[in-house]
Design a protein around this ligand. Structure first.
Ligand code: GDP
Length: 341
């Protein structure tokens, strides 16, 4: 928002202070992308004052969230996730009149400073679309931290009126499990031909998929893609029935040439109709909320405990005693816990 529209903005910026929470909430509820982006920055901030404002924003936005379709999109680096998300985002906006937010979970950016997903300016066309909001993965966080912040960002995007939330992640490890705990539907991108081991995709991730899109299925790769489709369809059939009672579907196409996109998104809609009708969607959301409640309590307890000065000092002493075998690790842990409870 230009500061001319808000005379307070320049003043707040100068003092590196957050605006009052109500200003962000007002902005979010009226669909202001700048204030939505700034609110997510507060969610991601480690400054206590920012955190406090962020929590107020989240609480105020909560009643306005929950209406969107939350879709996780994964696949090995290079499979075409960005290209697929950009083409899909444009398809959803132009043909289905959707409002699309793209968030990402990229644990690589926290481990080595580099990001596997790369910067999202690659989605140039989508980022210019009025009904799109794109946000890269928060950096410098543990996976748990990234996941929590992404979950909170989902709520803010929903309150801002985004009805489709795409959450991108790399199909190589733990991040899928984190994404699975916050999405309704999981879409896996694969390449024609190679088996999943060869594509760097863990078996468990294939099992999580509700839908598979075999990308880059153009020209000479089309036949191969059709063979892969059959193979994956058979493999997915052999897996035990999902709790959702949904049989995963496999589609082929090209994000680059924009083929097969209408079909895969029709399949996504069929998934939502199916899981809405049998109440799985609501059931899964409740399970996820319970999961996040205990996850947050666990994290808060850990922080509360380890940040205590007395605990820190005692831990140092006990650690030495454990190393000198004066006390067992279990007795030391019990002693430390009892000193705090
Ligand atoms: P990501 O790492 O999974 O996000 O993959 P990108 O979207 O960055 O794509 C990796 C490379 O594959 C880029 O050079 C894309 O242009 C290319 N690519 C993506 N989708 C397709 C497709 O459908 N067909 C072909 N031939 N190339 C594609």
């Amino acid at each position: 928002m230009p500061s001319a529209l808000n005379p307070n903005l320049a003043q707040f910026k100068r003092r590196n202070q957050a605006l009052p929470a109500e200003k962000y909430v007002e902005g979010i509820l009226s669909g202001n992308r700048v204030l939505l982006g700034q609110s997510i920055t507060l969610v991601e901030s480690h400054i206590a004052e920012h955190q406090a404002v962020a929590q107020k924003i989240i609480e105020a936005c909560l009643p306005h969230s929950g209406q969107a379709q939350r879709i996780g999109i994964t696949g090995a680096p290079g499979v075409g996730k960005s290209t697929f998300i950009e083409a899909s985002g444009l398809h959803l906006i132009d043909s289905l009149q959707r409002k699309v937010a793209v968030l990402a979970i990229d644990p690589s950016s926290q481990m080595n400073g580099g990001s596997i997903l790369g910067d999202k300016t690659r989605m140039e066309q989508l980022s210019r679309a009025e009904n799109a909001f794109i946000r890269p993965s928060p950096a410098g966080e543990t996976l748990g931290g990234v996941a929590r912040k992404t979950r909170e960002s989902i709520m803010l995007c929903e309150a801002a009126g985004y009805d489709t939330i795409l959450i991108e992640t790399v199909g190589v490890g733990q991040s899928e499990i984190a994404v699975h705990s916050m999405v309704d539907c999981f879409l896996l991108l694969l390449l024609p031909g190679a088996g999943d081991e060869l594509q760097g995709i863990k078996r468990g991730i294939v099992e999580m998929a509700d839908l598979v899109f075999i990308n880059k299925a153009e020209a000479e790769r089309h036949t191969l893609a059709q063979q892969s489709k059959k193979a994956y369809q058979n493999a997915l059939h052999l897996l035990s029935k999902k709790e959702s009672n949904w049989t995963p579907k496999v589609h082929i196409g090209s994000a680059f040439k924009q083929t097969g996109l209408a079909e895969i998104w029709q399949a996504v809609q069929a998934y939502f109709e199916h899981t809405n009708a049998n109440d799985f969607l609501q059931h899964q959301r409740k399970q996820q909320a319970t999961y996040w409640l205990s996850e947050h309590i666990e994290n808060a307890l850990k922080n509360w405990f380890y940040q205590d000065k007395v605990v820190q000092k005692k831990l140092d002493d006990l650690q030495k005693k454990v190393l000198e075998q004066e006390i067992s690790p279990f007795a030391a842990a019990d002693l430390l816990l009892k000193s705090k409870i």
